[in-house]
Every structure is written in C-alpha cells, then in structure tokens.
Write a protein that binds this ligand. Sequence first.
Ligand code: DNO
Length: 396
Amino acid sequence: MEQTWRWFGPDDVVTLHDARQAGATGIVTALHHIPYGVIWSVEEIEKRKAEIAAPGLGLRWSVVESLPVHERVKLGEGDLEPIFDAYRQSLRNLAACGIRTVCYNFMPVLDWTRTQLDYVTASGARALRFNLHEYVAFDWLLLERPGATDGISEDVLRRARAWFDTSTEADRTRLIANINAGLPGAYDRYDISGFRRLLDRYKGMDATTLRGNLARFLKAVVPTAEEVGVNLCIHPDDPPRPLFGLARVVSTGDDLATILAMVDSPANGITLCSGSLGAHPTNDVPAIARAVAHRIWFAHLRNVARDPDGSFMEADHLGGDTDMVALIEVLLTEERRRKAAGAAHWQIPLRPDHGHEMLDDIGKGAFPGYSAIGRLRGLAEIRGVMAALSHGHRPG
Ligand code: DNO
C-alpha cells in the first residue's frame, strides 16, 4: 500500500517535510482555496503539484481529498448542468496532470462532525469525540430544530438539558465552532441562523431523494472520470447516523453496495474509511471492506471506541472497536489480487486518518485530528502491521 499523508496546503502547520519524516511518499490534498463548484485549472493543479514534488522531498500528489460536491447537487436544486460541467472539467484537468484518485463525500451541509476536539485520554493525549448529549443539546436547545428529540432516549435528553443549563456562553460558542470544525475548505462556516437557513433548504428530503441526487451526480460525472482514467471514491458519512434531520446515504455496507450499483464502472469507487464506518454499531468494517474490495481506491485507517448511547471517541489506531489487523489484511489481499491480475495501478493509497494530539503536537494549532506526532504514531503502527502481514504472520 502506498503510505500517504494528508496535507492542507501551505497554511498547514504540519509541513511536507514532516510528512516525509513520518515515512509517507504520497500526499493527499485539495485546492482548498477554490470555492465549491469552480473549475480547478491545470495551472492551479500544477502549482500545487510542484510544491509537493519539490526537490529533496521525494513526494507526489497521490490523491485529491476532496473535489467537493456543490451543495446544490445534494439538494438537487436548479439547473445542475453547469455544476456538473465544472466538475467534469476539473476531473479532466486533474487527469491531464497525472492525478487519478479523487475522493469526495455526499454529506448534506456538514463534513465530519464532532462535539469535542480536546478530550484528554488516559495517556494525556487529546482526542476528538462525538458526545451524543452535546450534539442533542445543540440540535434541540441551540438550533431549536423541531423533531430534534425524536428517537432520542430520556437519559440522553436529560443529560443534554443538564449540559445546556450549566453551559456558559463560551461553552456554547465552542460547541458551535467544534461542529463547524469538520468543514475543510475556506468557505461555509455557519452560525445558528446560517445553520437554520441551510437546514430549511433540505426540509422534507428523505434518503430516497438524496440517494436519487447522488445517482444523478454519478451518472453525470462517472463516464468522464472513466474516460480520462480517474477513479472517484466516495467517503462514508461521518458519523454514520442522521444528523439535524438530514438524511444519510453512505453509512453502511448496503449503502455502499447500492452506490456501486448506481453506475457500474471502475471509476465509481469507494474510500474505505474505517473510522467513519466503524462508528456505526452494526458495521463490521473488515467484512464491508471484503465485500467492496474491488472498488476500494483509497483507505483511511483510524479506529473508534463506541459508547452504548451512540457517542464515540477516536481511539488509538490499533485500539478501539475495529479489528485493524483484519482490515489491513483485506486490503493487502486485494492488492495481491490486483497485481496477479496484471493491474498497472494495484496499490491502494492509505493514510493514517486522524491521530491524537500528543507530545509536542499539543498547542501547535494543527487542523483537528491532523497533528504530526499522533498521525506519525498511527502510520508507524499501521506500517508495522503491514510488514508483519506481508511476511506471512497471520493473526490468531
Ligand atoms: C476527516 C475526513 C473528511 C473527508 C471528507 C472527504 O478528517 O475524513 O473530511 O476528507 O469527508 O470528502
């Protein structure tokens, strides 16, 4: 597997040199400064590519994460042809620059969602957490969304109320900021009224409609991707549960199978994110990976420890509820299959997804989840598992 590292561009406090020292050879990044829906020009792509391939670094731009899907596509709102055209052109331009793996997600409104970014673990490192009662406090008592309490247990409602009643103005501001923190681009940060406005646009949209909008998007862009030799790979919902009354369609193994069947093309692929899928109580991540292995073009390796109420914490890469060794074995087996079948690009790029803030990471101001040492530790552990498995050591 190609060992890669996410880099957020020149403003990232974790540098390309750091990525190199962590042992990565591939870089995962995006043109975060370009607004959603605007074409990525060859010139802009080449500029970023050259920064990554600077002499002495030995790095290459392996994966785009993400080429974002415009909100109107998810909404199915208005004339989408110009947006599809722009997406197709960006894919052509990326292909012309030799970049052939493109990750995207189809989560309405938000990218990944956590309520706490600095949970202190037993070791003293800091982890990201999703605390269900804080999410409910936000949805029910700050956003005051009708329906926010549907399906939420009495116990969680009581804890949400208690959190809210004892929270200070600063706590509430922090919660709003934490929920926004998953948005990677320079655009779209919401305050309470901004949230309400956007949620209103989705009012009444069920999973069937959202799935239809995804199918429409795939039918519009996958043929171009296939033609120019780009593999698209959808990222699962994070967390894999409905939020703010918004539908979710990329949360389970069945969802992934449905998506693959929407357009039967190798260009319609999957980002296997073990942390996102693993936060769902009934997802067996290695089994899901096995089922869709032929279409996995990119892997995010991360672990979560789930609580019974639906909360979860980002655990050590080899800790938590997902059997990481079994998952890596699935990916290595798939690579062997590709190689034996004579595939030119048989390697699956993987990156350590998130890591704890630890040691000198603390206070450095890295993007939440993307500190240097926490990820370096994750990558090193994953590399160890890969080395052991490739030398024939099998668990059990
Ligand atoms: C979080 C990431 C996500 C991911 C996008 C892909 O750290 O896994 O932000 O990049 O959802 O589109």
